[in-house]
Design a protein. Structure first.
Length: 298
């Protein structure tokens, strides 16, 4: 791995973008993941952050990293100003509030309004989806700009966590599909027929923080209408979760599967939980006792 001075990279980037101020910043992404980014303040009042950890890991030197960052900035740079007044007006922000599910650890919830989902190790936090509602900001190359709701921002809006929760539930879209259909869409094939044990994939229309739908009792009831009461929830990532029928399932094997998938296929910052949950009679119950997702330190 190259020995990179982040401040030197920031200086080189600033020299290549006229009028820009470039500031290094460490950002906690959850579950112990801390990334190094460059905040680039250009002509508009939106300042994107571009992370450089992968570039450093690839062995790039400072000049190569700076060149890559500049290319990325010009590809995604804001073309319009964000309406700052609208961002402090609850009447305008309300339609853009969304829920995000995270593992219930202080690192993931400190400084943020949140609620714990009873019977689980999952907490619900909130963000503003800047691609929707009265604060809509144009998506760039398919990227959805978001702003986390922290305690001070909630206070400036003059609302409570309950207000955020109700808005998030009202705003969210719901997409429930079989795992067979989802895989067929990815692979461009026809879905298989006659699944012996139907597995449902639950997310939102953007497949972004879709596991936040765990906070919506109506979604959980809708799944029960499909699978029957007593189904299991496998938290595959912060972007979606899986639901499987309860009949004939081995809880120990389900828990092992969640742990294995998390360790092999899900980025550390996108892991939601290592546990399995059961939905019975309108309530969630945790049926395994694995530790919270964490970054392994070599």
């Amino acid at each position: 791995m190259a020995n990179v001075d982040v401040n030197t990279v920031a200086t080189k980037v600033a020299q290549s973008i006229k009028g820009a101020t470039v500031t290094p910043q460490s950002v906690s992404k959850g579950n112990g993941v801390v990334l190094t980014g460059l905040v680039i303040k250009g002509e508009k009042n939106m300042a994107p952050i571009i992370y450089i950890d992968d570039l450093i890991a690839e062995g790039m030197n400072e000049d190569q990293i700076a060149y890559d960052v500049v290319k990325t900035y010009y590809r995604y740079k804001p073309e319009d100003n964000l309406d700052a007044d609208a961002m402090t007006d609850w009447g305008k922000v309300k339609g853009s509030i969304k829920a995000k599910a995270v593992n219930n650890t202080p690192e993931n919830t400190d400084g943020r309004p949140y609620r714990v989902l009873e019977g689980t190790d999952i907490a619900i936090v909130y963000y503003v989806d800047l691609s929707e509602g009265d604060v809509a900001f144009p998506e760039v190359s398919g990227q959805t700009p978001t702003v986390n709701v922290r305690d001070d921002y909630m206070s400036s809006l003059g609302v409570t966590e309950q207000d955020l929760y109700e808005a998030a539930i009202a705003n969210e879209s719901v997409e429930i599909d079989s795992i067979g259909n989802v895989l067929a869409q990815i692979m461009g094939t026809l879905p298989a027929s006659g699944e012996e044990a139907p597995m449902l994939v639950v997310s939102n229309d953007k497949k972004l923080f879709g596991a936040g739908l765990l906070a919506d009792p109506e979604v959980l009831t809708q799944i029960a209408d499909n699978l029957g009461d007593g189904y299991y929830i496998l938290p595959s990532s912060i972007h979606e979760f899986l639901a499987v029928p309860g009949e004939g399932m081995d809880e120990t094997k389900l828990a092992e599967m969640v742990m294995e998938v998390n360790s092999m296929a899900v980025a550390p910052e996108e892991q939601l939980s290592n546990n399995v949950f059961k939905y019975v009679g309108g309530k969630l119950t945790q049926v395994s006792s694995a530790p919270a997702p964490a970054v392994l330190v070599a």
